[in-house]
Design a protein around this ligand. Structure first.
Ligand code: BTN
Length: 238
């Protein structure tokens, strides 16, 4: 494992996109602050300086790249295992890879890939809310953080070391059977939610995460398996 840390950067994901050619497989890049942090669906990921754990992991190993479907959900699972060590409970994965505590998001993950003729690398960007108490923005439900859950400040450096080791360990054992454990952390299972699918807003019933890490859903009397890029979830009808 190699680690790089910045006080300030545009985005740890962007840094790896620009520099992956010169870096080794399993390089972790973290930063105290990101001036242009990226979230999923082209959203901005805002984070107060020095309050949260922001990092990206570079994977250039061909075998790991081929496992991209499990990589993001396995990273969420590693976040859960690490947060459980801090006595945070009621954790779950909101497919494809958000980590929730009860009904509030505590961690987001952005998986990116760069390709020329083949996939050159995977970049797994992770933002965990650690010591930030207030979250500005238009949320139906405000996110949470470790400090809000535990009422005490967390040493981010220690959390980082623990999580990096857990991720490295699990990726080194990527062929283990994770599905039987991961499916126990399925936040959306059996919930009815609004989603945009095939450019239409629909109310769908989630049947659960499949063993290939796609999601089984039901709507209009059809049962369908979907991949992460094929759906976005909404809070309301539109
Ligand atoms: C989401 O929208 O839920 C995904 C958020 C991912 C944020 C992390 S913070 C570190 C890394 N660098 C980025 O620019 N984004 C990811």
């Amino acid at each position: 494992m190699k680690t790089i840390h910045f006080d300030n950067i545009d985005s740890t994901n962007t840094y790896l996109k620009n520099n992956y050619r010169f870096l080794e497989n399993m390089t972790f890049v973290s930063s105290d602050y990101q001036s242009a942090g990226k979230g999923r669906n082209a959203r901005i990921w805002k984070s107060e300086k020095g309050k949260n754990l922001l990092f990206s992991l570079l994977l250039t190993d061909d075998y790991l790249i081929q496992q991209y479907k499990i990589i993001s959900i396995l990273t969420s699972f590693c976040v859960i295992k690490t947060l459980e060590e801090y006595d945070i409970h009621n954790l779950s994965i909101k497919w494809p890879n958000d980590v929730y505590v009860n009904d509030k998001k505590i961690c987001g993950i952005l998986l990116e890939a760069t390709s020329s003729s083949k996939l050159d690398c995977l970049i797994v960007g992770v933002g965990i809310n650690v010591n930030q108490k207030e979250f500005e923005g238009d949320y139906l439900r405000k996110p949470t953080s470790m400090i809000n859950e535990l009422n005490k400040e967390i040493n981010i450096e220690e959390l980082k070391i623990r999580l990096f080791k857990t991720i490295e360990n699990n990726l080194n054992n990527i062929d283990d059977d994770y599905y039987s454990i991961i499916k126990e952390y399925d936040y959306l299972k059996d919930k009815e939610v609004y989603a945009n699918i095939d450019n239409e807003n629909k109310k769908i019933k989630v049947l659960g995460i499949n063993n290939d890490y796609s999601l089984k859903i039901e709507y209009d009397n059809i049962i369908r398996d979907i991949e992460a890029g094929e759906i976005s979830f909404h809070n309301e009808k539109d």
